[in-house]
Design a protein around this ligand. Structure first.
Ligand SMILES: Cc1ncc(COP(=O)(O)O)c(C=O)c1O
Length: 378
């Protein structure tokens, strides 16, 4: 069996200790044991999101909590601005359509992130907008939006800001209270180094006021039901008990290490990968690149399916392709979670070997050397 290294931007690799923790015997959730665990997870989530706000843990993938936040924060009588700069942003437009939420879409070129000026102009043009929905790290295009800047605009105007932080939280700087975010969402299978199945959302007091004023029908993905259970650190439905055990362990690990250190390492892996690409003549796709995942343009003459197949089957590195209109044009390498310098150098080396075998002409080894210089701070 070939050793597999998961370099996809979710799911990501899960540390061995966390896998073992999740394999421990099942316990019941309507118990003091579960409530204590949930209370500790809650405190650690507040650290992760850098907030004093209530943090809810949903059973479901990231989209479950994102849908709940959008539906809850956009009741009738309110209007949302959805920044659409990729595949995941498109999903939040779909949520607005599905739940008949009054909204307007601001489309950006793929690979670009949103900034304060763009959001400010869109809000000037339509004074009914009182909610902004933005993806912090748009995983499909690997673009970074300036969430801190956008929050300055929404705060000044008394609007709510909902942020999809699914590949941002635990990977790049996220400061919910300092910036003034109202709902921040993430999922377990990205920077949190867990299997898929949990979604987390931190909800500000301002957002709760809006949520409490609304009457949009929801049942399973209902923020209010989760909030009610939080009084006793319970869950409204059977929670994913084993995943919660894993969450407690990873969150303790992240806290012990310190978020600044985690953010710095993620950034270093991204910079090493971008330096490697530049050294072998491969372009980075995003004009506003994020550090949690890097998209590289597949060079002319190289078939993307063959590239990814060879990376996976011959060299054991599972990287992701593109989605939507950039399918076949890019490959993506994750830098989130349980991935270190030697994993990253291995991925770059495997990428070079694959490109060489597929006939791309370049200075073999230049990518690995450039990455090593970046890692050494040279
Ligand atoms: C930025 C972003 N938003 C939303 C999602 C959807 O999350 P999930 O598949 O966990 O529902 C993803 C998943 O890759 C993502 O990267």
């Amino acid at each position: 069996m070939k050793k597999q290294r998961l370099f996809t931007p979710g799911p990501t690799m899960v540390p061995e200790d966390v896998l073992l923790e999740m394999a421990r015997p099942m316990q019941h959730h309507r118990t003091g044991w579960y409530r204590e665990m949930h209370e500790e997870v809650h405190g650690l989530l507040q650290y992760l999101f850098q907030t004093k706000a209530m943090c809810l843990t949903f059973t479901g993938s990231g989209s479950s909590a994102a849908e709940a936040a959008i539906v809850g924060c956009c009741p009738t009588g309110h209007k949302a601005l959805v920044i659409d700069n990729g595949k995941f942003a498109e999903r939040w437009v779909e949520v607005c359509k599905t739940f008949a939420i009054d909204h307007t879409v601001l489309s950006l070129e793929w690979g670009r992130g949103a900034d304060a000026n763009t959001v400010s102009s869109a809000m000037d043009a339509d004074p009914k907008i009182d909610t902004v929905i933005v993806v912090h790290s748009e995983t499909s295009t690997t673009a970074l939006s300036d969430v801190a800047g956008i929050a300055g605009v929404t705060r000044d105007r008394g609007a709510l800001l909902i942020v999809d932080g699914i590949t941002a939280v635990g990977a790049i700087p996220v400061k919910m209270d300092e910036w003034g975010i109202d709902a921040y969402i993430t999922g377990s299978q990205k920077a949190l180094m867990l299997p898929p199945g949990l979604a987390f959302v931190a909800v500000s007091d301002r957002a709760w006021e809006r949520i409490d004023s609304g009457t949009t029908p929801t049942l399973y993905n209902d923020l209010k039901a989760y909030r009610k259970s939080m009084k006793t650190f319970d869950a409204p439905y059977t929670p994913a008990v084993s995943l919660m055990r894993g969450a407690l362990l990873v969150l303790r690990i992240i806290k012990e290490r310190g978020l600044e250190d985690v953010w710095a390492e993620t950034s270093l892996m991204a910079r090493a990968t971008r330096a490697a690409a530049a050294a072998i003549g491969i372009a980075v796709f995003a004009k506003d690149p994020v550090d949690s995942v890097t998209a590289l343009l597949v060079p002319d003459g190289v078939a993307e399916p063959a590239l990814r197949k060879m990376m996976r089957e011959k060299h054991g590195f599972h990287i992701a392709g593109g989605q939507g209109e950039i399918k076949g044009k890019i490959v993506r390498f994750s830098h989130m979670g349980y991935v270190d310098a030697f994993d990253t150098l291995g991925a770059i080396s495997a990428f070079e070997l694959t490109l060489m075998e597929l006939g791309y002409k370049f200075d073999v080894g230049a990518g690995v050397a450039a990455a090593q210089r970046t890692l050494a701070g040279k």
